[in-house]
Design a protein around this ligand. Sequence first.
Ligand code: SAH
Length: 477
Amino acid sequence: MKLYPLFADLSGRQVLVVGGGVVGERKAASLLEAGARVAVGAPDLTPALLGWAGEGRVQWLRGTFDEAWLDGAWLVMAATADAALHQRIAALAQARRLFVNVVDDAEQSSFHVPAVIDRDPVTIAISSGGHAPMLARLLRERLEVLIDPVVGSLATLLARMRQRIRAQVPDLALRRRFYERLLNGPVQSLLRRGQWALAEASTERLLDATEAKATGSVVLVGAGPGDPGLLTLRGLRALNEADVILHDRLVSVEVLALARRDAERIEVAKQAGNHHTTQAQIHALMLQHAAAGRRVVRLKGGDPFVFGRGGEELEFLRSHGIPFEVVPGITAALACAAYAGVPLTHREHAQSVRLVTAHCRNSIDTLDWQALAQERQTLAVYMGTGELPVIQQQLLAHGRAAGTPFALVENGSRPEQRVVTGTLADMVEQATLHDVRSPALLIIGEVASLASTLSWFGSRPVGMLAVAPPVSKAVAA
Ligand code: SAH
């Protein structure tokens, strides 16, 4: 941010507008709306400005620019067609420490006028720092549609009740909850219908029902694979309501950036080989914060119930009487498949899909390799990058064809996504050659060859099947 945003109270304060054309008129109009005392300096005025001058609403400084016009002004706006004059005004204003806005000239301006969404008394202002005013205007148009006109009435109602709300709910966290409930309740629709008394009564009822002490809770939220567009709306809402966010390392910074600004963020990265202790610490953290009345979001990569230990965490919370909710997320298998152009099932190639984890020898040894090696099914292997040789060897030993295609998707759905393809026979070799690192998801099965033709996101797949013949031939091969 190069500009410091601020809202100025101009009521009764003098502002000078140099220029009596249509731009000057527009500036004068918005300044008048804010209650400023407007002086317009120009040899001629538009009919509207002339009318306002006649009514005494603006003061007309008739003639060419005179430095004395700056006397007594709090702000200056230069809106003529004369670049040299603009430069002079900017320099004089600067010397007097007067903030100046020069129309269409970000360089000369010491303040900018943003694009505005007006829901009096709520004002939303957008600035592109003078770099792309058209973009700011387009954003304004979009927001105009999104921000309910009733927001202004709501703010007026709340201003009237502010003292009472503060007195009755002194605790800040609780007050925030009261406002959230208010926004989700009927008060807006009552205001939209103009039913002020009912809106006020409904707000009072909610106020009386707000508990004296905050109760804590935990929401287990699936953050998806990385692309923030893959977070659910419910997940987003939970992130906006959270007091504390306990997140895994797998959660992308883009997703975290969507969370409430003043929420406390705690990374609870799990070190390989050290699962047990840190899982216990995660439990302790959830308990500690929830018991203190905070709303905790336990944010996990992908889906919390797919290789995410979400089940254990809920059992723990339940045993301690902490209320919880679960918001599913898009698990790595679904996301990586979609973003690599690999349909997990396909009428011609695979009738079932299995989600498997292979993060250590123990878990690998308990897998049913006989079943996993069957044809016409897709395996989505999580945490498998370290165990590729065992996976390859076991599948081959249990009869899966050496020509079975695979796709390794590294950093699925993220800008740096890579896809390495090949066959079971050369899987280890290809992964080593391309130095595939965690997080990566391994897809094995006939469908994996489709990555070469259906790839649409990020860089093209690399590896043995990267330039494949047409789909039908590739699969038959
Ligand atoms: N609960 C998560 C999985 C956690 S296990 C989910 O539902 O997705 C961690 C493993 O998930 C990683 O080792 C990797 O195999 C996979 N994974 C998670 N995010 C990924 C991503 N963006 N790209 C590729 N693999 C990913």
